[in-house]
Design a protein around this ligand. Structure first.
Ligand SMILES: N[C@@H](CCC(=O)N[C@@H](CS)C(=O)NCC(=O)O)C(=O)O
Length: 205
């Protein structure tokens, strides 16, 4: 059976959510952060040398990177293509793939800088100017794409929503969504899904 290595608290809850949406059985192994450094302990490095989460193990495969994990899980378990367009529709698939990778590739870094600056007693003006401008750029772009839709690619949830929702929820936690009511509603809509609630019940509570 597939195992997910889940570090509390962090992005792996969004992969647990995907597992719940897919309705498959899985083992969940929980790890805790160091209370001061907030880093993962060496126990995760036993699974993968980077010591990061999420990591999944499935039939001898050890896989990191949440976007790659989403891709793998959907290839293997989303047999009726509920969460991704077919590759034969190349333009739709390419657009989906762009949104699948955008959250980790572009949106996360300025949010991380913002989070670290909040803990820094003497924050750098250059870094805070950069992160604020980038956060505005990306949140505006996500809000534009979302428009009046419920999910990032339209009225149906797709694999891209797990990473986008993680990034937008992080922006919400950092107090960055004041001017983005549709993004606040997007996070709440996803959190209200039964599979999200099941993930929280299994992995957080
Ligand atoms: N790009 C990776 C990032 C993985 C990552 O940095 N995970 C964080 C948890 S949210 C982590 O494991 N941090 C622990 C540490 O760095 O010690 C992904 O998408 O999975």
């Amino acid at each position: 059976m597939l195992t997910i290595h889940h570090l509390r608290i962090g992005r792996s809850i969004f992969t647990v959510w995907l597992l719940e949406e897919l309705g498959i059985e899985y083992n969940l192994k929980e790890y805790l952060r160091h209370p001061e450094t907030m880093r993962a302990g060496d126990d995760l490095k036993v699974i993968h040398p980077l010591g990061k989460s999420p990591v999944i193990e499935d039939e001898g495969l050890v896989l990191t990177e949440s976007g790659a994990i989403t891709g793998y899980l959907l290839e293997k378990f989303d047999t009726d293509m509920k969460f991704a367009p077919a590759r034969s529709d190349l333009k739709a698939w390419a657009t989906y793939s762009q949104w699948l990778h955008y959250s980790e590739g572009s949106v996360f870094a300025p949010l991380l800088i913002n989070m670290l600056l909040l803990r820094d007693p003497s924050p750098s003006a250059i870094l805070s100017g950069f992160s604020q401008a980038e956060i505005g750029l990306h949140l505006g772009h996500i809000a534009n794409q979302l428009g009046d839709n419920d999910y990032i690619l339209g009225d149906k949830i797709s694999g891209a929503d797990f990473g986008i929702c993680y990034a937008v929820a992080m922006a919400q936690r950092l107090g960055q969504l004041e001017n983005y009511p549709t993004l606040n509603a997007y996070v709440e809509r996803n959190k209200a899904r039964p599979a999200f609630k099941a993930a929280v019940e299994r992995a957080v509570e």
